[in-house]
Design a protein around this ligand. Sequence first.
Ligand code: ATP
Ligand code: FE
Ligand code: MG
Length: 344
Amino acid sequence: PLVLGIETSCDETGFALVRGRELLADVTASSMDEHARFGGIVPEVASRAHLEAFVPTLDAALDAAGCRLEDVDAVAVTAGPGLVGSLTVGLAAAKSLALALDRPLYGVNHVIGHIAVDELVHGAFPDHFVGLVVSGGHTSLLEVRDIATDVVELGQTLDDAAGEAFDKVGRLLGLPYPGGPHVDRLSQQGDRTAIRFPRGLSRGKDAVRHPYDFSFSGLKTAVARYVEGVEDAGEELPAADVAASFSEAVADVLVSKTLAACQRTGTRTVVIGGGFSANSRLRELAAERGAVHGIEVRIPPIRYCTDNGAMIAALGSAMLRSGVAPSAAGIPADSGMPLTTVRA
Ligand code: ATP
Ligand code: FE
Ligand code: MG
């Protein structure tokens, strides 16, 4: 069956067409340029941009796939989490499409979509695996037996998400918003052993009580103190070393806890997804340490890490395969949708 995936949870308007695990088209429009000068996403601006981009982007995806709207067998749309205004634009339009075409509607979890998209790239998932979702709003470890129906959250961040911490450190280093990719680029010219920054919840009682939880706010504060100290001393900030050492601390704790979760759950495969999985040091360290421990590490190519329609179509397609019933006609946008709710 042909699944249309629609993503509008934040600033990207994404459409994709997927048949089984085959991606036929994936087209994304972004309003990030309109938000950049505000140093953050402006919800009303994002909602309006979705409204404007919706039909042209849908048309572009249908064109690219060489199919017509009537060929679509099911509609999958992000029901949450995300900005309520942005979600509402996508959901309202998706409901109208499903109604007009008389096709089933699946309101799906955006964050689970970040993992699901990997099936389009690396093929069917194994029966049991660990998922690590790292994005602008989430940092969670998942135990997955069926991506469409059976997702258990092992742990999550107690404060900032990984991407959020990068964006804040980007601001500290005077880099443009969103800082994540800029900090990543700068870190590649630095010495990652130059400064020893803390690994949150990794030692002593904290590690015992929170084996699969994360905390990045202490790390962010440590970076801020370091930057202040250098400025107070009137010295020049070794920005690349700070970026590299900070990136190392984040990647180290993410990979350590993920591999520990594999050991504890007896799984041999890890799937990493979400905007932050574009991070070069995370990708490198996960591959390196996964190989040492005999764990297969799957991370989608960078264009499927950030928000897109393919992730939503992939999850909708997985639901059809698992025989999941469609969503009810009245489902609302759920800005705080929990990770364990895969379908609204
Ligand atoms: P969520 O998926 O939790 O709702 P979101 O959709 O806003 O959040 P994504 O678009 O998945 O988040 O990811 C965006 C985040 O990823 C931003 O914080 C951005 O800075 C970060 N990011 C993107 N590329 C990189 C990179 N190479 N290194 C570090 N961070 C990055
Ligand atoms: Fe996302
Ligand atoms: Mg985004």
